[in-house]
Design a protein. Structure first.
Length: 705
């Protein structure tokens, strides 16, 4: 490292907390105070220092240049596709000329594309992060945000004349809190209102209200349909996320859910006619303990996907008029070798997806005779998503993708009995860079002899002699699976001769609900022990060596990587985590912290405090240990993970490590969690991470100038 550059230090000021008899030392607690000028200056100096180091790495600019060329070579980037029952297509599109996402529309798949809305016409800093058309496609709600904050405003647009109907709905987060749900008659919609959006407030993201908005010349005052104060009989907590939705445009009922940062929810229902009453009587539909992941309405029946007594999920049916989720009719039984990951209803039966180990997906149909048949897909898929217009329509779409194949959408042609390509645009974004690949799907024995899926991708001809740089990724939280997909990380890493690997650790959903619960609160150590076992496998089988493994994750995956390098610093050459959680015993005191406590635990419970302390990577860092090189990012406007989570971890590592390897912290003072970051910001971060990782694993093309 350049000796002329001086690492900015933050003064150690030890504080002590005694929690259930356990004395916890926190030397950098003051970094949490974002009102403190000393702390803020330290954040700034850390970022300047990191940028100075990163900018000196050779070949970094070539990654940015290649990424820009790939984006220029790509015709378009399509996202947020919404198709109405009358075949109106709405989607966001960006390209090399217009990197900001703009809203487009087609009246039918083969008809002319029309630009509906450019967020820059309101303000040059606006970003669209959500869209939802009405059932008939005559109107559309657009979510607007700025600077990667995510929380923002709603704009209502008339599709026919392209005019903004309304733009006064504030404090909304539709991309995260359930979205917008249009009334069956298209006269209005429900949305979630956040009373407090100041992250400095203790009431941040608390007491969220589901509102009814009716489009009647702005004369209708938005009405609360569901909230803690409005519905005390439901026993909601201040951190709960309420939601009211309608399952179709012919629905006679409305459904309410109460959830948070958790996999399952409590559900209620009521007759649609009661929506304008002063008080809605919500009846219990099912509890979160019923483990219902998703459901659809088919006439007077509820078709649902559940993990109750079926760790790999099953599909069942019960009556909407007299629901009984305990004694429901079994439609598709659990498969002990694969997880039912998705399903949808059509006129021609139920189509569902079964995925083995999170990486091998297959499509099936249950017809009206209750016969199950396998449906041939256009290509082998690691991931399949199914969608339809509902049980009254024939239409069926699938989205497929894999480690070496980008997302493609197909529509089923019942006459030809096959899927036909349904992409709005051809996209050769990574053409030529994903050829001649070897993809290995193996299972690794973890510390307790449980088999953990591990995906390994590399170029043909790569010598397995222990000298390859390996980017080992994982997550393991909230039941989220690491689904096969082409990513910028994969493309650039392999293009520079590296091996890309994904460890499907416990805490994710790759092997069902039990797999998720095996990395949850008390069992959380399984997550990073699975990750460690994956690293050992890669070393033992000559893919790489310890000094050449890069441990990589983001957000909740900071717990995974943080603990892996804290417990086995000898096993990793580098660790890179974006916007990660590391200090779990303090996480519930951050913005959105009470929701995180549902996944990881709360310090107010003596047992859960012990679980949190065991998964707290920050508190595991010890002085004089040879820790790997570390690169951490954070966003000052992050609504999900507090900026001080990675900051405290960086500060303690810098003070403790004996390896003389760089520990860098880069804070984006205009950014958040990264979902709505600009193309330029994404490209810079990509180049920073990969060039740092290659430099520290000894790649000859990446050296410090």
């Amino acid at each position: 490292m350049d000796k002329k550059l001086v690492l900015p230090k933050y003064p150690i000021n030890k504080t002590f907390d005694t929690i259930f008899g356990e004395r916890v030392v926190d030397p950098y607690k003051y970094i949490e105070n974002l009102e403190d000028t000393v702390a803020l200056n330290w954040y700034k100096k850390q970022t300047v220092f990191s940028n100075q180091i990163i900018s000196k790495i050779t070949n970094r600019d070539e990654i940015i240049e290649l990424q820009n060329k790939l984006q220029i070579g790509s015709s378009t980037n399509i996202s947020n596709l919404e198709i109405t029952s009358n075949d109106k297509y709405f989607y966001l599109k960006s390209n090399a000329v217009n990197s900001n996402k703009r809203l487009f529309y087609r009246n039918g798949f083969n008809n002319k594309e029309i630009l509906l809305f450019d967020p820059k016409q309101i303000d040059n800093t606006n970003i669209i992060n959500y869209i939802k058309p009405s059932w008939d496609g005559s109107k559309i709600v657009i979510g607007i945000t700025k600077n990667d904050i995510e929380i923002g405003d709603l704009v209502v647009l008339n599709v026919v004349n392209k005019k903004v109907i309304e733009s006064k709905i504030k404090n909304c987060w539709p991309s995260a809190l359930g979205g917008i749900r249009w009334l069956p008659n298209n006269s209005g919609f429900t949305y979630e209102f956040i009373p407090e959006i100041d992250k400095k407030s203790k009431k941040y993201l608390h007491n969220i209200e589901t509102m009814l908005h009716v489009l009647v010349g702005n004369s209708f005052k938005d009405k609360i349909l569901l909230s803690k104060s409005n519905n005390p009989e439901l026993g909601m907590e201040e951190q709960d996320f309420p939601e009211v939705n309608f399952k179709s445009n012919i629905s006679k009922y409305m459904f309410a859910s109460v959830s948070g940062a958790s996999y399952y929810a409590d559900y209620y229902y009521s007759n649609l006619n009661s929506i304008l009453k002063s008080k809605i009587e919500w009846k219990k539909l099912y509890n979160k303990e019923d483990l219902v992941k998703r459901f659809y309405i088919d006439g007077n029946d509820i078709i649902f996907l559940t993990a109750k007594n079926a760790k790999n999920f099953k599909i069942c049916k019960t009556s909407l008029l007299n629901p009984n989720f305990t004694e429901a009719e079994l439609l598709v039984k659990e498969d002990t070798t694969a997880v039912i990951t998705d399903f949808t209803l059509t006129k021609n039966g139920i189509f569902f997806v079964k995925t083995k180990n999170g990486v091998n997906a297959k499509l099936y149909q249950l017809n009206s005779k209750k016969e199950i048949s396998k449906i041939k897909t256009p290509k082998k898929a690691g991931y399949i998503n199914v969608s339809s217009k509902g049980s009254s329509y024939d239409n069926l779409w699938i989205e497929v993708r894999g480690w070496a194949s980008q997302k493609e959408q197909y529509q089923f042609d019942y006459i030809k009995n096959k899927f036909v390509n349904h992409k709005l645009y051809s996209n050769a974004f990574y053409k030529g860079l994903l050829s001649d690949l070897i993809i290995e799907e193996v299972e690794v024995l973890s510390h307790d002899n449980v088999k953990v899926p591990l995906s390994i991708i590399y170029k043909k001809g790569t010598k397995l002699d222990g000298n390859n740089s390996v980017l080992l990724r994982g997550y393991g939280a909230f039941g989220v699976s690491m689904k096969p997909a082409v990513s910028n990380y994969l493309v650039h890493w392999i293009n520079n001769g590296g091996i890309y690997a994904v460890s499907h650790v416990r805490g994710g959903g790759e092997k069902g609900n039990a797999w998720y619960k095996a990395g949850y609160k008390k069992t959380k150590p399984n997550s990073w022990k699975d990750f460690i076992a994956s690293a050992e496998y890669l070393i033992d089988n000559k893919y790489t060596s310890a000094k050449k493994i890069v441990a990589n994750s983001a957000s909740g995956g900071g717990i995974l990587v943080g603990n892996a390098i804290a417990e086995r610093p000898d096993l990793f050459g580098v660790a890179v985590v974006t916007v990660g959680i590391f200090n779990t015993i303090r996480s519930e005191f951050a913005p959105n912290g009470k929701n995180l406590s549902r996944e990881f635990g709360t310090v107010s419970d003596s047992l859960e405090f012990k679980y949190l302390l065991k998964m707290d990577a920050y508190n595991k860092i010890k002085k004089g240990i040879n820790y790997p090189a570390v690169y951490l990012t954070a966003g000052l406007n992050d609504s999900r993970v507090a900026v001080w989570q990675p900051a405290k971890f960086a500060a303690k590592l810098q003070e403790s490590t004996a390896s003389n390897k760089p520990i860098l912290l880069s804070v984006n003072f205009n950014g958040g969690h990264g979902f709505d970051a600009t193309k330029e910001t994404r490209n810079e971060e990509l180049a920073n991470i990969l060039s740092f990782a290659f430099w520290q694993t000894g790649h000859p093309d990446f050296k410090l100038k």
